[in-house]
Design a binder for this molecule. Structure first.
Ligand code: NAP
Ligand code: HSE
Length: 431
């Protein structure tokens, strides 16, 4: 093994940091030979040095003082696996401004502060690598930035949140309702005590913003992403979707269209034959269409200590290799265009609607008239359960602009015969 030693500092030793520690120790020789240098963890920042982490750590490795890492000129790579946009952001800014390479798994930070941080890395000629920030162990950032670099990317669509995919898979396979599977996901440690980020789609939306920025070479932030979560999905929606030949998935979707970049995260009905429809449990997958490569799909674990550490450690190795060969920052930010965003009202899709209506003659005609007035064309109408005078209608529209659909729904809500618009979901990947 080469005598060259690259010293690194970890900010955080929780789930991901602990995984990185294990991978770096366990595969030390292999990693050293691949990089051409020995990678040595010099110090690790934590909140509580006395906490038992189930690791045999050398004395003095842990510190609660960030300056011990950020102020040490011998530490060339800072690995930020703390999370959040508070201290982590300050430390990443400091590390970059001092010319250190940074590896991070922090999508919350990059989806909001990416522009500033990548500009700083570029100015300082350092690496800011972030493979683990999207889809954990699945290599997708490098795929988009390097392996598919020759393509004009047309679309990226992914199952980017394991917790919600687990919940929707359980609801589909076992007919259980949302609250029931949420409780189970929390007991299994997939969903946090406050599951808002996962369930309301914010986690997936942050990842969608990062993917879209790379795919379309233009900066897309979390605030640019249209977001809906899965808390409105009921056991009935799952049953009806299945009967119609679809599965319900929470997708991050980014498309390059003549009217601008479409970027959204919401539940969709996906044809059962679509490659993403077969991705179940807590797995993630990203489907990419490029003008040269055609369709590709990447599948694996989107979270967890070792899968995420796999991606973080590969970034550490790349950063170390670049230092050894004196080329840090060689692949920098690729957001060299300024593309407009497509307004959500102009996004076109087919839709699934579930309505509770009064069950008597002429009701369907009234509903059809409202849709017709707004150029919403119906592809299928099915009457489901009837309880007394009430019936449930399940409708599928032809492709329509979002704003026409919204206008028609606003008018439908005013009809005396429509008791409730129970759910409206977009249909994706259907032709
Ligand atoms: P975690 O288990 O909560 O670990 C956070 C670590 O950071 C802990 O070691 C904690 O110290 C330390 N820390 C937090 N705030 C600190 C502060 N102000 N000062 C000093 N140390 C501090 O988090 P995680 O699950 O490993 O996630 C880390 C990052 O990876 C996040 O950005 C997350 O989004 C991302 N990520 C996680 C996964 C996953 O599967 N968990 C997957 C992909 C990406 P103590 O140990 O002393 O409390
Ligand atoms: N909470 C995320 C998920 C993992 O459920 O996929 C971290 O990105």
């Amino acid at each position: 093994m080469s005598e060259r030693v690259i010293k690194i500092g970890l900010l955080g030793l929780g789930t991901v940091g602990g995984g990185v520690y294990r991978v770096l120790q366990g595969n030390r020789e292999l990693i050293g030979r691949k990089v051409g240098a020995r990678i040595e963890i010099k110090r690790i920042l934590v909140r509580d040095v006395s906490r038992d982490r189930g690791l045999s750590l050398p004395a003095d490795l842990l510190t609660t003082d960030p300056e011990v890492i950020l102020g040490d000129p011998a530490i060339e790579i800072v690995v930020e696996v703390m999370g959040g946009t508070g201290a982590a952001l300050d430390h990443v800014r400091t590390a970059l401004s001092r010319g250190k390479s940074v590896v991070t798994a922090n999508k919350d930070m990059l989806a909001v502060y990416g522009k500033e941080l990548f500009a700083l890395a570029q100015e300082k000629g350092t690496d800011l690598l972030f493979e683990a920030s999207v889809a954990g162990g699945i290599p997708i950032i490098r795929v988009l930035k390097q392996c598919l670099a020759a393509n004009r990317i047309e679309m990226v669509m992914g199952i980017l949140n394991g917790t919600t995919n687990y919940m929707l898979s359980k609801m589909t396979a076992e007919g259980r309702d949302f609250q029931d599977v949420l409780r189970e996901a929390q007991e299994l440690g997939y969903a946090e005590a406050d599951p808002t980020n996962d369930v309301e789609g914010y986690d997936a939306a942050r990842k969608t913003a990062i993917l879209a920025s790379i795919a379309f070479n233009t900066r897309i932030s979390f605030q640019d992403v249209y977001v809906e979560g899965i808390s409105s999905i009921s056991a009935e929606d799952i049953t009806y979707a299945t009967e119609l030949g679809y599965v319900i998935k929470l997708l991050g979707i980014a498309k390059d269209t003549p009217e601008g970049i479409e970027v959204r995260t919401h539940p969709v009905l996906l044809p059962q034959a679509h490659p993403l429809a077969t991705v179940t449990d807590s797995f993630n997958a990203v489907y990419v269409r490029g003008d040269a490569v055609g369709e590709t799909m990447f599948y694996g674990r989107g979270a967890g200590a070792l899968p995420t550490a796999s991606a973080v450690t590969a970034d550490i190795m790349d950063a170390a290799r670049n230092i050894v060969h004196r080329v840090p920052g060689i692949i920098s930010c690729t957001c060299f265009e300024e593309r407009p965003l497509k307004e959500m009202g102009r996004v076109r899709s087919k839709n699934y609607l579930r309505l509770k209506v009064i069950d008597r003659p002429g009701v369907l005609a009234q509903i059809a008239r409202v849709f017709g007035d707004h150029q919403v064309s119906l592809a299928a109408v099915t009457q489901k359960d009837t309880e007394g005078e009430k019936a449930e209608l399940v409708l599928i529209t032809h492709e329509v602009a979002e704003r026409n659909l919204r206008d028609s729904l606003a008018e439908l809500e005013q009809l005396a015969v429509v008791e409730k618009i129970c759910n409206v979901l977009r249909v994706e990947g259907d032709g």
